[in-house]
Design a protein around this ligand. Structure first.
Ligand code: FAD
Length: 399
């Protein structure tokens, strides 16, 4: 059973009044309304695999909710990453697996194309993805390459005027259904991978592209995550994103926006978990008292609210920095680390507040916990983010 509309308080919190512009608040209210009308009624069916998430994501594309950051000529609405943060939280408060599929296309694939693409690439690949007409995926991870992106093994060799790609990618969100794969490869194996990597936009209809398997996941149902093989897949020079051998820069630049949006996703999940706990604890009576009157319960609610407010502000800060064209490496990493770890705590606490019913599929809290659990792994593990954050701190002190 999913969150009943009546359970969700359609209020603009003080955080939003303090930190968002009037236009942003209006956008957020419209997005919330669209999500409630378009996604909420089918969320349970998406969770159970009865409705294909992409059939609904296309509607989000038509309504302009896949391209908040991208200019109109590339299929977007020309607003900024902050707007993407707002719509992401709204969607994830209803169904995070749906959003994982959406974000893999409109951020993980599309954002690097927006940042590094030529005019022709943006028209050809970004615009249809931002409108929801085509599906994108990001291909970094490989069987032997996870956190250590510089260890990429997939090779692209020049043969005549073409490049030929061979390798395997795994855990690729949208991989089984994508039209385009942003595929990181090694083009110069004689130097360190950081100097010899190139990003290619691969069209998945190309000969030699194969979906090897689709994974069954603990959570994030509705998203298709697969293992892909590229066997002699031919690509042209026009499909290189950024510079030849400049792929490492492309991958790193994309991660700040990705991490900010993943933080927003988990704020949505934490918000939904908190709302369930607030509502339930206000109704459930034990020992002739509403359970919210017991400090053991009410202080959990206080902790949930504190964590959510803090995580949201960190996320807003990272988005504002990116929209201002500033470096957000540390801030995006902090936002993602904090929001993701705290969403797991909040979902765990919410389940505790609901007691036995929280452990059943009659309430959505068990789903919030399963969905949140991914996010200290995907998009940079908690350990790698801590490594990045401390590195940036020492840099700030010239150490
Ligand atoms: C559902 C799902 C969807 C995904 N979607 C995508 C996608 O769309 N595109 C894509 O490219 N990838 C995707 N991924 C891959 C994801 O980004 C990786 O799983 C993640 O980067 C970690 O890589 P790994 O799983 O190989 O773990 P590993 O890198 O093997 O790490 C295993 C453990 O060792 C720790 N570890 C590794 N190195 C260090 C270190 N130096 N210091 C301390 N600890 C360390 C890690 O933190 C982790 O706890 C997805 C993964 C999942 C599960």
């Amino acid at each position: 059973m999913f969150l009943d509309l009546a359970f969700i308080r359609f209020v603009i919190t003080m955080t939003e009044i303090a930190f968002l512009s009037e236009d942003e608040i209006k956008f957020q209210i419209k997005a919330r309304d669209f999500v409630q009308k378009t996604l909420a009624p089918v969320a349970e069916d998406i969770e159970q695999g009865k409705v294909e998430a992409w059939d609904i994501i296309r509607k989000f594309g038509k309504a302009g909710y896949l391209g908040s950051r991208y200019p109109l000529e590339y299929g977007g609405i020309g607003k900024g990453l902050m707007y993407e943060v707002l719509v992401t939280e709204e969607i994830c408060a209803v169904h995070a697996g749906f959003d994982m599929a959406r974000v893999a296309s409109c951020i993980l694939f599309a954002h690097p194309v927006y940042e590094f693409g030529t005019e022709a690439q943006k028209k050809k690949y970004l615009a249809p993805v931002a409108k929801g007409e085509k599906i994108g995926a990001l291909g970094i991870t490989e069987p032997n390459v996870g956190s250590d992106v510089a260890g990429t093994e997939t090779r692209a060799e020049k043969r005549g005027s073409k490049y030929v790609i061979n390798g395997e990618k795994r855990f690729i969100t949208n991989g089984p259904v994508a039209d385009y794969l942003l595929c990181y490869t090694v083009t110069d194996p004689t130097v360190k991978a950081k100097q010899g990597m190139t990003a290619f936009i691969v069209e998945t209809k190309a000969k030699g592209f194969e979906v090897v398997e689709e994974y069954e996941l603990l959570g994030m149902h509705g998203a298709h995550v697969g293992r892909l093989a590229l066997n002699d897949v031919e690509v042209s020079e026009e499909q290189i994103l950024g510079d030849l051998n400049g792929g490492f820069r492309v991958v790193m630049a994309g991660l700040d926006a990705e991490r900010t949006i993943l933080a927003a996703e988990m704020n949505g999940v934490a918000r939904a978990a908190m709302e369930e706990a607030v509502h339930y604890s206000n109704h459930r009576v034990q020992f002739r008292r509403k359970i919210r009157e017991f400090e053991g319960i009410s202080f959990k609610i206080a902790d949930m609210a504190t964590r959510l407010e803090a995580a949201r502000l960190l996320t807003y800060k990272a988005a504002r920095l990116i929209d201002a064209g500033k470096s957000a490496t540390k801030d995006a990493a902090i936002a993602k680390l904090y929001a993701c770890e705290k969403s797991i705590e909040t979902a765990t606490d919410a389940l505790q507040v609901l007691g036995g019913i929280g452990y059943t599929k009659q309430r959505p809290v068990e789903r919030f916990l399963r969905d949140a659990r991914l996010m200290t792994i995907g998009g940079g593990t908690a350990e790698i983010l801590r490594y990045l954050i401390q590195r940036e701190v020492f840099k700030e002190y010239d150490l």
